[in-house]
Each structure stands twice: as C-alpha cells, then as structure tokens.
Design a protein around this ligand. Structure first.
Ligand code: FAD
Ligand code: SF4
Length: 462
C-alpha cells in the first residue's frame, strides 16, 4: 500500500554557509532508500493529473512505479519515451508549476518530489550503465539541420534522428547546450550533466558543429540547398535594456554577460581561465526571474559584502522557480520588493555608486493576470551599489531574420508561425525561445518535439 502521508522529502542540500562560497552543486541526488520511500508516496492516480500537466507528457506514475520496484534503468527508459534530457529536467524544470503543482497530495501532505525522482532515475541509471539512447529507425535518406544546441534543438534533433533522418546541429558558441550551458550555473546544473545528456543525442548519431553562426558563417538560404528541412532553435539571447540614465556606467552588467562570463568562460576561476569578472562590495540585481536568481547567487559566490535582488512587484508575482528563491534567501541574498529603478548613479569617473528607486504598490492585473506595479509619488530613495546586474528579460538575436528576408517575424522580433505551426518559408520550422521570446526548458523541448513531427510529415511529401 502506498504511504502518501509520509512527509515529502525535499532532498539533502549543501550547507548554505559553505555553498555561498563555491560553485559545487547545491542539491544532492536521492539515495536508493530515499528514492524508494519517496516513490512509495505516489498513489498512481488513474487520471494522472501530474502527467497531464507536464508539457512533454512524461509517464510520471509509470516511471515512479519502476523506482519503487528498484529498477532505475526501466524508470529512465520510461521517461525517455517522451523526454531525452531527464537529468537536466529533473534539476531545472519548474515542477511546482507543472507536474508537482497538480499532484493530488500537494495540499494535504506535499506533492511527490517528482523532480527529485526523475533526477535519481537519470543519475542512477547512467551510473549503472543502464541509460541507453533510443535506437534510430532505418535511414530515410533525408537530411535535416537544427540551428542552435539549446534544449529545443536538442529535443528536435533527437526526435528527427529517432525517425531515421540524417541530422546536424549547428551552434554559434564553442560549447553545446544553449542557456543550459551559458545561463544556468554549475551549482544548479553541473557541466558534466549537460555533457552527458548531449552525448546521449550524439550517441544516437546526431552530428554537431560548433562556431557556426547561421546568418553570418552561412545563410539560411544556403542551408536549404544542402538540407531537406531546417529547424531554428536559436533562442532569445539578446538582453533587454532598462532605458534609464546611467545604464552604461562602469560596474553595470547585463545578466546575460555576467552569467556567460561565469558559466561559459568560467571566470570565477580567473586567472586560471582567460576571462575575468569583478564585483564590488554591494551588488544589486534588477529583476525577479531565473536569470536574476542565477546572477545574484553567482555574485554571492564571488564574496561581496551584500547582494540584493530588487523586483518591481511582490514575492507572489516573481516568475523564478520557487526552489531558487528559497536557495537565494538561504544563501543570504536580500530582497527589495515593489521598487522601480529610475537612475543608476555614478561618480565623476563614471563608476556606479548607487541606484535611485521609486517604491510601488500593486494595482490591477495585467494581460497575464499579474498585478501591475504602480509607482508611489514622492517615494524615491537611493540604494548604495557598486555593481548592478540587469536581468529584466531577453529577446531573440536578429541575425538569422535580418539575413533571411522571406522569414517573417513579429514586432517583438520572434519568428512568426501560422496556425499549423509553420514559418513563412516552406521547409523551415522553429521553436523554443525564438518563437516564445523566453520560456522554460520543457516548453522549448516540447516545441522541438512538435516541430520534429511536422518535419516528418513534410519530408514524407518530399
Ligand atoms: P537556448 O537555450 O537559448 O539555445 C539557443 C542556442 O542557439 C544557443 O546555444 C545559441 O548560442 C544558439 N544560436 C543563437 N543564434 C544562432 C545562430 N544564428 N546560429 C547558430 N546558433 C545560434 N527554464 C527552466 O525551465 N528552468 C530554469 O531553471 C531556467 N533557468 C534559466 C536561467 C537563465 C539565466 C535563463 C536565461 C533562462 C532560464 N530558463 C529556465 C529558460 C530556459 O533556459 C530557456 O527557455 C530555454 O533554454 C530555451 O531553449 P532554446 O533551445 O529555445 O534556446
Ligand atoms: Fe502520484 Fe501525485 Fe501523480 Fe497522483 S498526482 S500519480 S500521487 S505523482
């Protein structure tokens, strides 16, 4: 009989006092005993609301049943029927918004720790040599290219390869993984986990090339001559600017630049690595999403005196994963809610000295249902700071669209799709942040999987 009333196990974590000084992974993988006990809480609901709420429809009660039976290999094979990046998703998916948010045990006893179990299945099966990449179908003789190597392209490439196509991934950077690699820090997602999950896709026979910036190194139109279809999963890597005075001051970073220096270029190991990064005594991060949490937590590990996250709404509206906000608080990061930055102040050398904020109150909900911040007149105050990191959102890089006149984009710069999910160019498909302008790993993967299905249909008619 299941034991749903046992307390949810959130998993062990590195001590906050230690981890705020290192880049080692914060959360630990369950032991077998912990995983079996957590799996034993699941009621195996016949209507599986958790599974229905998963963007890629992972067979959640079924994989949990395998863990309960002590078979991590079978559990991961079940997950990999719909998601090829289980060790990544188990670590970074916002489970509280998807599967765990819909678990029937949530209100009374705490949701089953589905993310922790997914991660256990992937890590354990890999360690036991039981994680097997899916076997591709017989060759179709068709060639497809995926632009970008983020979760969206990886999922699309794997599905296309599974169907028997010859698939190549082209990546602009010198390493694969997209935001997983350059945005999400190693203390949340160790680099070897990314390497191994990319390796699974490589083991299926997908070819990868680095340092190819489509639109510059090679044009999309040229790719269409060489390949039967193209998938664009180039993400939204261009930071949005605040548009306030002082934004160009010395000591202001975009979260994108700050995180890329630390995560991709390993600047926290400087001078052993080539790229430096510097923070002063008082760091302020502007924003309330995952980028803001990651930037603040990276900054904390560079050991300034204070790190503060300043957000224009309240805790309730913050879009970051709940676990990251909790971890940030445990690590000593301060939160200043309901404030809007008006000006970044500088000394005569142009170095940042502080930020002038206005305080807000919450007004009517916006189109997404989040209450709008309304400024309180006369509430200005100055927060001292010598480092400011802006994390207020990202938008697509225009390189491909600018060099491909036939490819339609919206006024937000994202690639436009018709009601059938097709771009304005035959044979060209797109998904992930390049069509959404910023979303989650699983939504990006789901777009890639859906596009692979459309590409399969398109290639059948070719
Ligand atoms: P990306 O991951 O952005 O990958 C696109 C890739 O395409 C990049 O590698 C880029 O270099 C490459 N590229 C771009 N242009 C070209 C070109 N012209 N030619 C060749 N290659 C090109 N989501 C979660 O679910 N959980 C989280 O915890 C989470 N944390 C996040 C933290 C940060 C700091 C950020 C920025 C985002 C986070 N997200 C999180 C969101 C999530 O990472 C993204 O939604 C997801 O990575 C989008 O995937 P993608 O494949 O569409 O694009
Ligand atoms: Fe198990 Fe919760 Fe899903 Fe029900 S909703 S099957 S209890 S994980």
């Amino acid at each position: 009989m299941p034991n749903p009333s046992a307390p949810r196990n959130n998993g062990k974590q590195q001590d906050p006092a230690l981890r705020r000084k290192n880049f080692d992974e914060v959360a630990h993988t369950f032991t077998k005993e912990e995983a079996v006990a957590e799996a034993d809480r699941c009621l195996h609901c016949p209507t599986h609301p958790c599974q229905n709420a998963c963007p890629v429809g992972v067979h959640i009660p079924d994989f949990i049943a395998f863990i309960k039976a002590g078979d991590a290999g079978a559990a991961v094979s079940e997950i990999m029927k719909t998601s090829l990046l289980p060790a990544i998703c188990g670590r970074v998916c916002p489970q509280e918004k998807h599967c765990e948010g819909h678990c029937v045990l949530k209100a009374k006893f705490g949701a089953v720790n589905i993310g922790g179990l997914e991660r256990y299945a992937a890590d354990t099966a890999r360690a036991e040599g039981a994680l097997k990449p899916p076997v591709p179908a017989a060759s179709t003789g068709k060639k497809v290219v995926c632009i970008g190597s983020g979760p969206s392209s990886l999922a699309c490439a794997a599905e296309l390869r599974r169907a028997g196509h010859d698939v190549t991934v082209l990546e602009a950077l010198h390493a694969y993984g997209g935001v997983l690699r350059y945005g999400i820090p190693s203390f949340r997602l160790p680099r070897e986990v990314i390497n191994k999950e990319v390796q699974t896709v490589q083991d299926m026979g997908v070819k990868f090339k680095t340092d190819v910036l489509v639109g510059a190194t090679i044009k999309l139109d040229e790719l269409l001559k060489e390949y039967d279809a193209v998938y664009i999963g180039s993400g939204a890597g261009l930071p949005m600017m605040l548009g306030i005075p002082g934004e160009n001051g010395v000591g202001v970073y975009s979260a994108n630049e700050f995180l890329t220096r630390i995560n991709l270029m390993q600047a926290y190991k400087f001078p052993q690595t080539d790229t430096p990064v510097q923070v002063g005594k008082h760091v302020v991060v502007l924003g309330g999403g995952n980028s803001a949490m990651d930037a603040a937590r990276c900054a904390m590990r560079l050991q300034p005196e204070t790190v503060t996250i300043a957000y224009r709404r309240s805790r309730e509206e913050m879009p970051a994963r709940a676990a990251e906000v909790e971890h940030a608080q445990e690590e000593g990061i301060q939160f200043e809610y309901l404030v809007t930055p008006k000006e970044i102040l500088q000394d005569e050398q142009g170095r940042v000295t502080g930020i002038r904020f206005t305080r807000n109150q919450l007004g009517e909900p916006d189109e997404r249902g989040r209450r709008r911040p309304v400024e309180i007149p006369g509430s200005d105050f100055v927060q001292p700071a010598d480092t400011v990191i802006t994390a207020i959102g990202q938008r697509p890089n225009p390189t491909i669209a600018k060099t491909t006149p036939a490819l339609k984009t919206t006024e937000r710069g994202v690639i436009a799709l018709n009601e059938k999910g097709e771009t304005s160019m035959p044979g060209v498909y797109a998904g992930g942040d390049i069509i959404r302008g910023g979303a989650t790993v699983l939504l990006a993967m789901n777009d890639g999987i859906a596009a692979a299905g459309r590409i399969n249909e398109y290639l059948k008619g070719k």
